[in-house]
Ligand binder design. Structure first.
Ligand SMILES: Nc1ncnc2c1ncn2[C@@H]1O[C@H](COP(=O)(O)OP(=O)(O)OP(=O)(O)O)[C@@H](O)[C@H]1O
Ligand SMILES: [Mg+2]
Length: 261
């Protein structure tokens, strides 16, 4: 497994040098809510196939960053390009098209509690992709449940699932639209350490199966260690450090190494 991981990391690093391999590029992004300046100067590049982890304490602007990327929040200044297109300049239809390529796993999971797992997963297919063929829909639902290891949960209600299972279903619901980029907002929050590790491992398996590039926001160090090819540390609206887990673990900066204690 270690060898496989090393190879994947190396590929992601090599890809970095080639501009055609950049899927998200953020430059000097700023965002305020009235006089609360949340994002002061955000710069990041996500390469094809890469897992980029954003570490940061609560309230530093991690979710705001990701919400700007998916177009749920407008940014005030700077540039934010997804597949080379400046998000702010897109017409509604173009934005819709880009959003289809972005899978967003919400911090809260956001399943419909009154629908079965099957209905929760069919919903994006019928609603977004306008699919009508029931057998095709069922096949897609079964395939994605298989990918997240929960085939048996297909007729269950979300309320009957554990926290870890709900995360898996949330993931399946995002993946069923086959996004090129996955944005994970705290994928392991509220889970015990063993389940967190399983979800982190699943993120790695899914990257391979679905060939995604991902931004993973977390304050779970174990998750950062398992999933991150590269880690950025967000502090007061700016990234203050960048590197591999091993690099950052050795950082002399108190704001960085406080995470690793
Ligand atoms: N829609 C909003 N309107 C006003 N202020 C907001 C909004 N969303 C976020 N904020 C503010 O932006 C700041 C950063 O919030 P954000 O949710 O990005 O933090 P975070 O780093 O994701 O924290 P956590 O780890 O707790 O999820 C906070 O001060 C928050 O109050
Ligand atoms: Mg958040």
């Amino acid at each position: 497994m270690q060898d496989e991981l090393t190879i994947e990391t190396k590929q992601a690093t090599e890809a970095k040098t080639d501009d055609n391999n950049i899927v998200i590029k953020v430059e000097h992004l700023q965002k305020s809510f009235e006089d609360n300046k949340v994002l002061k100067d955000i710069n990041l590049t996500l390469c094809k196939g890469e897992n980029l982890v954003v570490l940061g304490r609560s309230g530093q602007g991690k979710s705001v960053t990701i919400q700007c990327i998916v177009g749920l929040l407008d940014y005030d200044e700077g540039s934010l390009k997804v597949f080379g297109k400046e998000i702010k300049e897109l017409l509604e239809d173009e934005l819709k098209e880009i959003r289809l390529k972005l899978g967003f796993l919400f911090q809260s999971g956001a399943l419909y509690d009154s629908m079965t797992v099957r209905e929760n997963l069919s919903f994006p297919l019928t609603r977004v992709l306008k699919m009508k063929d029931d057998s095709k829909i069922n096949q897609e639902v079964e395939d994605v449940l298989d990918a997240v290891g929960l085939k048996d949960a297909i007729d269950k209600m979300p309320g009957d699932l554990s926290g870890g299972m709900r995360k898996r279903i949330g993931l399946a619901r995002t993946l069923i639209l086959k996004p090129a980029i996955m944005l994970y907002d705290e994928p392991t929050t509220g889970l015990d350490p063993i389940t967190s590790k399983e979800i982190s491992q699943l993120i790695m398996d899914l990257r391979k199966k679905y060939q995604t590039s991902s931004i993973i926001i977390t304050h779970d160090l174990a998750c950062a260690k398992i999933t991150g090819d590269r880690i950025l540390v967000l502090h007061e609206g700016k990234f203050i450090a960048e590197g591999s887990y091993k690099d950052l673990e050795k950082s002399q900066d108190e704001r960085v190494n406080s995470f690793f204690k």
